[in-house]
Design a protein around this ligand. Sequence first.
Ligand SMILES: NC(=O)c1ccc[n+]([C@@H]2O[C@H](COP(=O)([O-])OP(=O)(O)OC[C@H]3O[C@@H](n4cnc5c(N)ncnc54)[C@H](OP(=O)(O)O)[C@@H]3O)[C@@H](O)[C@H]2O)c1
Length: 251
Amino acid sequence: MKIAILGTGAGARCHAAKLIDLGHDVTVGTRSPEATLARSEPDMMGTPPFSAFLAEHPELTLATFADAAAAGELVINGIDGAHAVTALTAGPAPALAGKVLIDYAVPYVYQQEGDTEHPWPTAWGVMPRLDPVDTDSLAERIQRALPDTKVVKTFVTQEQATVVNPAGIAGGDHTMFLAGNDPDAKDAAPLTAARLRLEGRARPRRPARRARYGDVRPPPHGHRPRPRRRRQPLRCQDRPLNRPPAPRWRR
Ligand SMILES: NC(=O)c1ccc[n+]([C@@H]2O[C@H](COP(=O)([O-])OP(=O)(O)OC[C@H]3O[C@@H](n4cnc5c(N)ncnc54)[C@H](OP(=O)(O)O)[C@@H]3O)[C@@H](O)[C@H]2O)c1
């Protein structure tokens, strides 16, 4: 599948590396490919320059945000949350019309006057704020700015390492939340994510229709889960650990 990831940060690279591994055709979007490739210093988070990542993944294409959005059948937004709306509406908007845009950006605002000291050391030193928060959200703002695009918010409830390796926690037995206005896109997003194997654990013994929901929704009404197989008790020497010893007179 042709997938565009808008963003060159650590999160976008995490997605790109995994999607390349899974055999997808990945285009990464940036403001200016020339400027991005010219950078030779790590960013404020300590992420190495993008050229180093590209050297490790030569199958990847680097393009402008607009060209990347045009190249992708599915588009993932990993642009810094504070600038995502402006960046998405400036160039890629026409190419995003009619497509599903999976958004995982967080609208953090860094280093503002009056910020609280971060209780533990970070690369940026102060606690970032969320803006918008409570009464609005970044995904809603993107959806309002791009009415012809099907925006689906997801992935943000988990660390990026877990997003691309769900089996890393509890064998993948956890839930990925998603939100969006377009019901078809919400159905398509977990389906796509399941097809990409980015989230939700593979459950080959489940009926195929469960894959429609990517295991993020309750089972359809009337569905009766198959009883779990009882675990064999752990054995130590000859006696199961969870069973009391036989009475003395029976030994
Ligand atoms: N689990 C999760 O859901 C998860 C995990 C990680 C990150 N995130 C979120 O994903 C977003 C990206 O994080 P990140 O750490 O990968 O990268 P980042 O450093 O926050 O953002 C890098 C991207 O934002 C673009 N950008 C920065 N300033 C811009 C501006 N003024 N105008 C237009 N574009 C601008 C950069 O463009 P250039 O390429 O041109 O430099 C780059 O592509 C953040 O909102 C972050 O909070 C979520």
